[in-house]
Design a protein around this ligand. Structure first.
Ligand code: CP3
Length: 354
């Protein structure tokens, strides 16, 4: 959808960028812009019993969503939550352990999938606080700032559900997909259904754009990529477009390499999130068919100084003349000095197309 006017009101700059409008200065936001690198995040997090509790406390999650905007006035806020709220909503046991990341009770067979299918009935009730957070943020945003809702894409969420957490080789989930295709397909179908409901409810609560995170898209061979990445995402995007054609969707299939071209061809995907490894020349090719978002190295943001200025300027020069949103190629890391984010924000705001 590329029309700039809806109900007589001009959409916010970020939404217009995603729809393909070229802005005088590119819009920006950063993946994980709220998080441990900010002292105010750590203080708010300490008020919750744990990370899952934090995600389900609308007062705290709303506060955390707004924290980076107060410092850096990004063009968009991203809902503070986690992609693992969907498995939680389906009744899978989820815990975040200090220094270890997420731990889930693994699902490895048809019986496990059946239990989660039964959990769908209570899904919206379990994740209800997330929708409440979206409403609160929407009511408290600066006028020109857009609100991004999000979910994990089915493949990436399935990797955590089957592996029981973060993985190095993804052997369990990939073996499940090869050995019992029917059961794995049921798991993916369940995630397509739950994720669609989840995103539509975020839109109803006030999200103005959506992002699908497919962090582990890049580990699959071409045919498996078509099956578990492209297909499921196409179904979710089509279901959203059917009800809300005005809501742009960003797809971030990290590590896709040449397969980014296939991702760009999914009907209804408004913009592609590019990871750090995508060459800018290739990004410009993708830009001819879609808006691109990315792809500064989060580590150069942590390094700061002239290395940061150089890397950010190179991206702005390469992509700033076309449909583009400035972002990182992956999330802000906890060691990042907050002043480096300020330096980057100033640099983007003062850059002009030549
Ligand atoms: O971008 C944002 O600012 C919005 C919030 C957000 C979080 N996670 C908060 C978070 C978003 C969009 C996510 C997405 C997410 N979560 C992804 C996809 C993007 C990516 O980073 O690849 C994935 C794979 C997860 C799963 C997840 N959540 C892991 C593996 C971990 C542990 C690793 C880590 O960084 O701690 C998390 C925890 C998490 N999610 C934190 C935050 C701020 C840190 C929790 C803490 O405070 O201890």
């Amino acid at each position: 959808m590329r029309q700039p006017i809806e109900n007589g009101i001009r959409a916010k700059p970020f939404v217009r960028s995603l729809r393909g409008e070229v802005q005088a200065r590119p819009c920006f936001w950063l993946m994980r812009q709220a998080g441990r690198y900010l002292p105010e995040y750590r203080a708010t997090r300490a008020q919750a019993k744990g990370f899952v509790d934090l995600c389900l406390r609308p007062d705290l999650a709303c506060e955390i969503t707004l924290q980076p905007l107060r410092r850096y006035a990004m063009d968009a806020a991203i809902l503070f939550s986690d992609i693992l709220m969907v498995p939680h909503g389906l009744g899978q046991k989820l815990e975040f352990r200090e220094g270890e990341g997420p731990v889930l009770e693994p699902v490895r067979d048809a019986g496990g999938v059946a239990k989660l299918e039964a959990g769908l009935a209570e899904f919206s009730e379990r994740v209800g606080p997330v929708y409440e957070t979206v409403s609160r943020v929407a009511a408290n945003l600066p006028d020109a700032t857009a609100l991004i809702g999000f979910a994990g894409a089915p493949w990436t969420v399935a990797t955590y559900m089957v592996e029981g957490g973060t993985s190095k080789d993804f052997a369990n989930v990939r073996l499940f997909a090869y050995r019992d295709r029917a059961a794995f397909r049921r798991l993916i179908d369940l995630l397509v259904e739950a994720t669609t409901v989840y995103l539509l409810r975020q839109v109803a609560a006030g999200a103005e754009a959506l992002q699908l995170f497919d962090t582990w898209a890049g580990i699959l061979p071409e045919d498996e990529y078509a099956e578990w990445v492209l297909g499921p995402v196409a179904r979710i995007v089509a279901a959203i477009a059917a009800k809300h054609p005005e809501i742009p969707v960003v797809f971030f299939p990290k590590g896709s390499g040449l397969l980014y071209e296939k991702a760009a061809a999914i009907p209804g995907v408004s913009a592609l999130g590019l990871d750090t490894a995508v060459p800018l020349e290739f990004a410009r090719r993708l830009q001819q068919r879609t808006t691109v978002q990315g792809n500064l190295d989060p580590i150069v943001l942590t390094a700061g100084g002239e290395a940061l200025d150089r890397a950010a300027t190179r991206i702005l020069e390469a992509l700033g003349g076309g449909p583009f949103v400035f972002n990182l190629g992956h999330g802000v890391i906890p060691q990042t000095p907050p002043e480096n984010v300020g330096r980057l924000a100033d640099l983007i705001r003062s850059w002009r197309r030549r």
